[in-house]
Design a protein around this ligand. Structure first.
Ligand code: C5P
Length: 230
């Protein structure tokens, strides 16, 4: 399985002037933890990391001590996550038939989750890891008034990995570019193209590290895992 890791964002919502994926988590850059999980996955055989070129020296520095036995390629990302993944799709090796896409910011995903997504992709053309939402979700208008409360039973929180047939995702990205669609995950492009996307049970701990609180939670969870494996 080929894996693309979008890692070309900034640290704006984290309140950081650098890429949040380079922030320290238990003594290592956040992105190291994400890459280590991918390296430990049995099914991943090639990794492409999307980044801004000014971050490449830092990416190379964090990759060196991991001594990856799998090819890891740095690919120039874009202005948005969607553009970064678009670039990644163009850079996939020709033989790639299926691809997993996993946000660099989700450093708590386990190797097992990658492998379950790979397995599930044998039976469909598009999937995402997701979890049922715990909160009641409100639709709110620009003035701050609630306009709707969707039935919670049908609501799932989208995570990554998201997995796709390469030719199909490329076609949906092309269409999205032509139509000017702006989406925050890849499944949304398939949905807009009328393609079906399946849910794979994600993980409660598979947080997208976005704010300083998430960073503290990540340190706690990774610390517990390290203590258990010691
Ligand atoms: O900002 P957010 O956390 O939602 O971004 C999700 C993922 O997409 C992150 O891992 C981030 O590094 C990546 N990203 C990207 N290119 C961008 C913006 C975000 O690869 N231009």
């Amino acid at each position: 399985m080929h894996l693309l890791i979008p890692a070309a964002g900034s640290g704006k919502r984290m309140g950081s002037s650098q890429n949040k994926l380079l922030l320290n988590v238990l003594g290592q850059p956040l992105l190291s933890w994400t890459v280590k999980a991918a390296l430990a996955s049995q099914s991943i055989e090639w990794i492409g990391i999307l980044g801004q070129p000014y971050d490449f020296p830092a990416f190379e520095a964090l990759l060196a001590p991991l001594h990856s036995p799998k090819p890891v390629q740095l690919i120039t990302g874009g202005e948005t996550r969607q553009q970064s993944v678009f670039n990644g799709m163009q850079a996939l090796p020709q033989q790639a038939k299926f691809v997993l896409i996993h946000d660099g910011a989700r450093c708590l995903a386990t190797p097992d989750l990658f492998d379950r997504c790979t397995e599930a992709l044998q039976h469909c053309q598009g999937l995402i890891a997701a979890m049922p939402v715990k909160d009641t979700i409100k639709i709110v208008n620009a003035d701050g008034w609630i306009t709707d409360t969707p039935d919670r039973q049908n609501l799932w929180g989208a995570q990554t990995p998201q997995g796709f047939d390469v030719a199909l995702l490329k076609a949906c990205h092309e269409k999205g570019k032509q139509e000017g669609w702006e989406v925050t995950d890849d499944a949304a492009l398939l949905e807009k193209c009328g393609q079906s996307v399946k849910i794979v049970p994600g993980e409660d701990t598979n947080l997208k590290i976005t704010t300083p609180v998430d960073l503290a939670i990540a340190e706690f969870i990774l610390g517990q895992r390290l203590a258990k494996s010691a």
